[in-house]
Design a protein around this ligand. Structure first.
Ligand code: SF4
Ligand code: SF4
Length: 336
């Protein structure tokens, strides 16, 4: 049996995955847990924590390994991980994502950034930062980021057997998703090599961020009556950027006839309109832009637009200025 490179006071090597629904963090934790316990012979456990089980809602997956002489009597979330996997670059701005990471932690981030850039973005005290453009791999292989990140986790862990992980990728996809096995194994293999890694010592650049548990703001003493809306209009500020799984619609404003079909189709009211006066002096509504903070990238609007004014693009290939402006003049200016 392989030896765990490091363990905490209770004898566990601990892994925490931070993601949102739809990126496969739950399945990645399950594959990793099964591969470690059933494939490699460790004792261990795996579970996920999430609210509503749907695309875009926050999810954390936890995995613990220990040797066979240690009993697993801990079932609380992992607060000080040896391995922290962050499934989306946009989550780096979310409070608490890197809490509990220390000098012994390897932080794996799905991003195009270098480890130096990622460390600065996270304001990470110290530890090892590993970056991997898992979204690029997933889009190219028509898979999801989870198996690419599993590849990087395996390669950087120093003890996880890649063949055990591959075995449990096959078993979990099974006969039902047999057509996804080969692309996912290829995605995994690419994850084991296409990463950059750098270790940072405590150079005083950023303070440590110990784990802290946010207390419940409401309890039986101050809970409002059911049905009371304390914060009306809050959906206006809701940012769904982290819910997008790699694709965005691009509005080619020169082709748009302001027919309104996209607005009827969009579930999240992303389209912004302005009143104008047409040549006949009649007041009309004109489509001006997509408000991307509300867009979850479902691309329903692209399917419905019969004028070719909306095209679906891979998000990381789209010029950032289009995301800011909400439109572009023509298809040629849509790419980076
Ligand atoms: S469906 Fe197409 S043409 Fe119609 S308003 Fe939307 S983008 Fe413009
Ligand atoms: S992809 Fe289109 S339909 Fe879907 S949320 Fe974004 S703007 Fe709305």
């Amino acid at each position: 049996m392989a030896k765990l490179p490091i363990v905490n006071d209770l004898g566990f090597y601990e892994i925490r995955m931070e993601s949102v629904g739809g990126f496969g963090a739950n399945l990645a934790g399950k594959i990793l847990g099964e591969a470690g316990v059933l494939g490699m012979g460790f004792n261990g456990s795996n579970f996920s924590s999430y609210g509503s089980e749907k695309k875009g809602s926050p999810i954390k997956s936890f995995v613990r390994f220990c040797d066979t002489n240690t009993n697993v009597r801990v079932n609380s979330p992992v607060t000080e991980p040896h391995m922290l996997v962050i499934f989306l670059e946009t989550m780096l701005d979310t409070a608490g994502v890197i809490s509990g990471a220390g000098a012994d932690t390897t932080v794996i981030v799905n991003t195009k950034m270098t480890p130096d850039e990622a460390r600065d973005r996270m304001k990470l005290h110290c530890g090892t930062v590993v970056t991997l453009d898992a979204m690029k791999i997933a889009v190219e292989e028509k898979t999801r980021v989870n198996t690419a990140l599993l590849g990087t986790l395996t390669a950087t862990s120093g003890f996880i057997d890649p063949e055990a992980i591959k075995d449990y990728i096959r078993k979990n996809l099974g006969k039902k998703y047999a057509f996804l096995i080969e692309p996912n194994l290829k995605t995994f293999d690419r994850g084991t090599v296409e990463y950059q890694s750098k270790t940072f010592t405590d150079d005083g650049k950023y303070p440590a961020q110990p784990f802290r548990r946010e207390g419940q703001k409401m309890g039986y003493m101050n809970q409002p009556l059911g049905g009371v809306l304390l914060n009306p209009g809050s959906s206006l500020h809701k940012d769904l950027t982290v819910s997008r799984s790699g694709f965005v619609p691009v509005l080619l404003i020169d082709k748009c006839t302001s027919c309104g079909e996209c607005d009827i189709t969009c579930p999240d009211y992303c389209f912004e309109w302005e009143k104008e006066t047409d040549k006949k002096g009649k007041e009309v509504q004109m489509l001006k832009r997509i408000r991307y903070m509300h867009c979850k990238g479902c691309l329903r609007c692209v399917e419905i637009c019969k004028f070719g004014a909306l095209v679906g693009e891979v998000e990381y290939e789209v010029d950032k200025s289009i995301i800011t402006a909400g439109f572009t003049e023509s298809a040629e200016s849509a790419k980076v």
